[in-house]
Design a protein around this ligand. Structure first.
Ligand code: HEM
Length: 145
């Protein structure tokens, strides 16, 4: 029996919220001068995506995997595919978080790994969309014939 990933999406979402909050506080420190001066610029895209792809999107993915089948009175097309999405989305977000920061800190030079992380994140979004649309629109395996 494959475990439902909803709880794990929500758990990582809360972790990203805390991490995003720490980055936000660090960015405010940079306004007080000293060694942190200018760090808000280095951290903005990382903070933005940890909060929006981490806290917001991971919560929505987790809730959607439980809520959409419930609303549609159907089972999810593939729990295994939801787990593939979970790992792709998190590996890609860790990549985006680091390479957004390094790419600003070192004024470029990390565009390729940043782009690979971004494309991987988008691939995760496509896996999610496919799983939900298959659940909503097409007969599920075992329902045919
Ligand atoms: C496949 C997923 C995504 C990719 C590849 C991506 C990529 C990017 C890139 C390349 C930038 C410019 C960063 C810079 O100026 O250095 C950016 C900025 C931004 N993105 Fe995304 N993004 C993604 C998903 C999202 C999502 C889901 C949201 C919101 C729900 C979001 C909100 C933003 C915002 C608000 C900014 C502006 C940040 C700033 O003020 O500089 N992004 N994104």
């Amino acid at each position: 029996m494959v475990k439902d990933p909803t709880k794990y999406f929500v758990l990582v979402a809360v972790a990203y919220l805390v991490l995003g909050g720490i980055l936000g506080v660090l960015m405010m420190f940079s306004w007080m001068g000293g060694g942190w001066k200018g760090w808000d610029y280095y951290l903005i895209p990382t903070h933005t995506h940890v909060m929006l792809l981490g806290w917001v999107s991971m919560t929505m993915f987790g809730v959607a995997y439980r809520m959409f089948p419930a609303v549609l009175v159907r089972r999810l097309y593939s729990i295994r595919l939801a787990w593939v999405h979970f790992w792709v989305a998190n590996v890609a977000l860790v990549g985006l978080a680091f390479f957004f920061w390094l790419n600003r800190l070192q004024e470029g030079g990390w565009v390729v790994p940043l782009a690979v992380s971004g494309v991987l994140q988008f691939f995760g979004i496509l896996i999610f969309a496919y799983n939900i649309l298959r659940t909503a629109l097409l007969p599920l395996p075992g329902e045919m014939g």
